[in-house]
Design a protein around this ligand. Structure first.
Ligand code: PLP
Length: 411
């Protein structure tokens, strides 16, 4: 006998109610549909080097192929020892990096997995985590998913997007447990000075906060910019330093990242046990990609030559900054690092009330895909992010079309 009961809708969990990750959001699917219909979309939206002709370094690929037969089993849940040893050596020679051990390193399927894993191990409902605004939105999404309350602190555009220390101090409460520092920054391209990092470390020290330092762009620097790991200024603070091979080594698809825990690990034994538990529950990170780490860190396949004048990334960033600044009502702080620019639309010239609609309209009319500023938890609708990965020719076409589009765009 057939039941007359109407089948219930199958719902996502309530945990996802406030989880936002716009970089691959609905507009992205719209762009994919346009592409399926045969349109060429200029994608200035995702920091994925490979589609823009950045090849995986051959030494890394060869090493991975050679080690594939040995990589078919699960590894230690922290990661294979040779990779952790290579990471250890890589950081040990850095000036003033705090002491640590190979067992303080955890490998992951990209930094992304380690962000969600460590925040799951760290946050209780109601715990507050300070995250920059604008942010790389995975941080906010992961903290929310882990049950934490995200408190965004401002970055000051007029001061090269440096974190606003006074704003951070003002937002600290009894429930604040940690602070996320993304340096070099996505989406602003800011690289923080020693002075600012010292102040951030001091705030963490005084308020007993754990520092989550996302340094995935640490080697992607322009002009005279110098990257300083905040851990070097915070030996007495629990510091989780995240990095990986997706950007500097251009192998985002292989999924290879790590986190290093430094500072008072005895006091953090319970938290670290939690990280170990979650890391063993996912058994281990993709093993062939773990074998890429030693080849990458021990060899000469870095992105350095592309960052000098005449180098590909240097020139793309120059063209992006010059062309954006030449559009009436648009201004951009020149990024000092990473692969992005975060331009401002002057509200006196371009009145935009809904930046998601702006991105959608730009896609439909000009077939250019960018990401709206609010997708990075930026509070106002007057910014957007472009990726500086496309070649100069494509960037010129895209930014010229953007200028034309803006000259007659109204909301
Ligand atoms: N952190 C930042 C600031 C990023 O921009 C990205 C990727 O764009 C990631 C982390 C994640 O990198 P992956 O998971 O590929 O290591």
């Amino acid at each position: 006998e057939k039941s007359t009961r109407k089948p219930r809708p199958i719902l996502q969990s309530a945990k996802l109610a406030n989880v936002l990750y716009d970089i691959r959001g609905p507009v992205h699917e719209h762009a994919a549909r346009l592409e399926a219909d045969g349109h060429k979309i200029l994608r200035l939206n995702i920091g994925n080097p490979a589609p823009f002709g950045f090849e995986a370094p051959s030494a890394i690929v060869r090493d991975m192929i050679a080690t594939l037969p040995a990589a078919s089993g699960y590894s230690d849940s922290r990661g294979i020892l040779s990779a952790r040893r290579a990471i250890f050596n890589h950081y040990q020679v850095r000036e003033n990096f705090p002491a640590f051990d190979v067992n303080d390193i955890y490998l992951g399927n990209g930094v992304s997995e380690l962000i969600t894993m460590t925040l799951q191990a760290f946050l209780n409902p109601g715990d507050e985590l300070l995250i920059p605004s604008p942010d790389y939105p995975l941080w906010t999404a992961s903290a929310t998913l882990a049950g934490g309350n995200v408190v965004h602190y401002n970055a000051i555009e007029e001061q090269n997007w440096e974190p606003d220390i006074a704003d951070i101090e003002a937002k600290i409460t009894d429930r604040t447990r940690g602070i996320v520092v993304i340096n070099p920054n996505n989406p602003t391209g800011a690289v923080y000075s020693k002075e600012v990092l010292t102040k951030l470390a001091d705030v963490a020290r005084r308020h007993d906060l754990v520092i989550f330092a996302d340094e995935i762009y640490d080697r992607i620097l322009y002009d005279e910019a110098e990257h300083i790991s905040i851990a070097t200024l915070a030996h007495d603070v629990l510091c989780l330093t995240f990095n990986g091979l997706s950007k500097t080594y251009r192998i985002a698809g292989y999924r290879s990242g790590w986190v290093i825990i430094t500072g008072p690990r005895d006091r953090a034994a319970s938290f670290i046990e939690g990280i170990s538990l979650l890391s063993s529950m996912r058994l281990c990170a993709n093993v062939p990609a773990q074998f890429a780490i030693q080849a990458a860190l021990g060899g000469y396949q870095s992105i350095d030559p592309m960052l000098k004048p005449g180098g590909r990334l240097y020139e793309q960033r120059r063209v992006a900054v010059d062309m954006l600044n030449a559009i009436p009502g648009v201004s951009v702080v020149a990024p000092q690092g990473a692969l992005y620019a975060f331009p401002r639309l002057d509200p006196e010239v371009h009145e935009i009330h809904d930046d998601e609609k702006f991105v959608q309209d730009l896609l439909l009319k000009e077939h250019i895909l960018v990401v709206q500023g609010t997708g990075f938890h930026y509070p106002r609708h007057d910014h957007f992010r472009v990726v500086t990965l496309p070649g100069v020719g494509d960037l010129e076409v895209a930014l010229e079309r953007l200028g034309n589009f803006l000259s007659s765009y109204h909301q």
